[in-house]
Write a protein that binds this ligand. Structure first.
Ligand SMILES: *Cc1c(COP(=O)(O)O)cnc(C)c1O
Length: 426
C-alpha cells in the first residue's frame, strides 16, 4: 500500500489534517510582482515571522524612550537580554539552559571555541572534518592550523565519501577516527551537511571521538531548528550555529553556542575573554583579572546584540508555541518523504531526470533534498525562478530545496513538483 499519490487532492487533504497548519500564516512569504512565491530556501534564510517586527520595535522604542537606561529598565533590560533566549534555545538543541548562549556570529564563535577546544600538542594535533565543508569552515580549519604553526596538509584530515558515493557512511567516519586516534586532537563536523543534506550520527561520532581521546564539536548551521538534537545527552563538547537559516531570526542575526556542562566550570581551559564573559556581579567593577562565568556564558565577549536578539527571541517564541522539535520533525519527515516520492514516481516516471544525492534514509537527513539535474540544470533553475519558485542553485547542477515544516505546506511541495515536471518535459 502506498501512502502517497500524485493528485493535488492528496496534498489538500494532508494540509487539512496538518496539526501545524496555522503556523504558515505566522510568516511573511516574499512576493514577486505582487504574486506570492513558493519558498523553499528556509535552509539558507528562514522567512520572517510576523511577530518579529513587534519584538524589534519594542527595543527601538526602549532605545528611543530610555536611552542608555534601557540597559536596566523597560520590559526586557538589555543587560540581561541574552538570558531571555536561553530556555527556548536550549530546548531546540537538546541542552541545559546553562549550556547555551546566543552571541556573536557563527564563524567567529567557532574560532573562539577552537581557542578552548583545539589544543594541539606535538603528538596530538590533527583535526578530522568532512571534505567539501562549507567554505567558511574550510577557512576556519586552515587558518586555525596555521595560527598554531601547523601545515594544514599535515593537520587536516578531510573525510571523503567512498568512490562513486556522495555521502559519508557512519562506518567510514568511525573507522577514520579510530585509525587516527594517536594523533587526533579534534573532530569538527557539520551536523547536517549543507550541500548534500546528510545528517550525521552525532551520538556515534561523539562517542568514537572521545574513545580516541579527542574533543568533538559540531557546526550546526543546517541542523539547529531542522532536526531534533540531544547535545547534552550525547556528550558533545561544543557546538555553534547561526540563527538565520531554520531558526528564522533574520539575515546575519546573532548566532549561538553550546558548551557541555562538563567544561562549564573548567576555568583552566584557555579562552579569549571579554567583559560579558566575566562574572556578572563584578562585571562593572572594572577590576583586573578575568574571572569567567560558569557555563556557556563564560565564553561571551561583548555586550548583547540587542536588535538581532529581539528577532531571535520572536522566532524562538514560535518554536516554543509549536511544541518544540518533535512535532516539527514529525511533519518534516512526511513533507520531505512526499517530495522524494513525487520525484521518484511522478517526475522520474519514464526517465531519471532528477537524482537525489541526499540520503534516502530519513534518519540521515533533515528537511532538505539536494537534487541533481541530469539535463540543462541552469535552464531548469531559471524556469523555476520564472514560475515564482525560490530555490537554491549550486554549481555545477544541484538545486537544493528545503520544505520547512513550520511554514511549508503539502500543496507547496505538490506545486513545486508539478512545475519541475512541466519544466523538464517541455
Ligand atoms: C551558513 C553556514 C555558515 C555561515 O557562517 P557565518 O559566520 O554565519 O557567515 C558557516 N558554516 C556552515 C556549515 C553554514 O552552513
Amino acid at each position: 500500500m502506498n501512502q502517497f499519490n500524485t493528485g493535488i487532492s492528496f496534498a489538500k487533504e494532508q494540509d487539512a489534517l496538518d496539526p501545524l497548519k496555522n503556523f504558515r500564516d505566522q510568516f511573511h512569504f516574499p512576493k514577486i510582482d505582487g504574486k506570492e512565491t513558493l519558498y523553499f530556501t528556509g535552509n539558507s534564510l528562514g522567512l520572517q515571522p510576523k511577530i518579529t517586527e513587534k519584538y524589534i520595535k519594542e527595543e527601538l522604542d526602549a532605545w528611543k524612550n530610555l536611552g542608555v537606561e534601557g540597559h536596566f529598565h523597560g520590559k526586557r533590560p538589555w543587560m540581561h537580554y541574552h538570558k531571555f533566549t536561553k530556555n527556548h534555545l536550549a530546548a531546540v538543541v537538546g541542552a541545559r539552559p546553562s549550556e547555551v548562549v546566543s552571541m556573536g556570529s557563527l564563524t567567529s564563535n567557532l574560532h573562539q571555541l577552537m581557542v578552548s577546544f583545539y589544543r594541539p600538542s606535538k603528538k596530538r594535533f590533527k583535526i578530522i572534518v568532512e571534505a567539501g565543508a562549507f567554505p567558511s569552515d574550510q577557512y576556519l580549519f586552515e587558518t586555525q592550523l596555521k595560527f598554531h604553526g601547523i601545515d594544514p596538509k599535515e593537520g587536516l584530515i578531510e573525510l571523503q565519501p567512498e568512490k562513486g558515493k556522495e555521502i559519508l557512511s557512519t562506518k567510514s567516519i568511525l573507522a577514520s577516527i579510530k585509525a587516527n586516534q594517536s594523533e587526533l586532537a579534534l573532530v569538527l563536523i557539520g551536523g547536517v551537511q549543507y550541500y548534500t543534506g546528510q545528517l550525521f550520527d552525532i551520538e556515534s561520532i561523539t562517542r568514537a571521538g572521545h574513545e580516541a581521546g579527542a574533543m568533538v564539536g559540531f557546526d550546526l548551521a543546517h541542523a539547529a531548528g531542522n532536526v531534533p538534537l540531544q547535545l547534552h545527552e550525547h556528550g558533545v563538547d561544543f557546538a555553534a550555529w547561526c540563527t538565520y537559516k531554520y531558526l528564522n531570526a533574520g539575515p546575519g542575526s546573532v548566532a549561538a553556542i553550546f558548551v557541555h556542562e562538563k567544561h562549564g566550570e573548567n576555568f583552566d581551559l584557555p579562552r579569549f575573554g571579554g567583559w560579558w564573559g566575566n562574572k556578572e556581579d563584578e562585571r562593572f567593577l572594572m577590576k583586573k583579572g578575568f574571572q569567567p562565568m560558569t557555563g556557556a556564558d563564560g565564553w561571551q565577549m561583548s555586550n548583547v546584540n540587542v536588535l538581532p536578539s529581539a528577532a531571535l527571541l520572536a522566532s524562538l517564541e514560535l518554536f516554543h508555541q509549536v511544541g518544540g522539535m518533535a512535532p516539527l520533525r514529525e511533519k518534516s519527515l512526511k513533507l520531505t518523504a512526499y517530495m522524494e516520492w513525487l520525484i521518484d514516481n511522478w517526475i522520474n516516471d519514464e526517465k531519471a531526470l532528477v537524482d537525489i544525492i541526499t540520503p534516502r534514509d530519513p534518519k540521515q537527513r533533515g528537511a532538505q533534498l539536494s537534487l541533481v539535474m541530469n539535463q540543462e540544470g541552469k535552464k531548469v533553475f531559471k524556469a523555476l525562478n520564472n514560475a515564482n519558485v525560490i530555490a537554491d542553485w549550486r554549481e555545477p547542477n544541484v538545486i537544493r530545496v528545503a520544505p520547512v515544516p513550520m511554514y511549508n505546506s503539502f500543496q507547496d511541495v505538490f506545486t513545486f513538483c508539478a512545475i519541475l515536471k512541466n519544466t523538464l518535459s517541455s
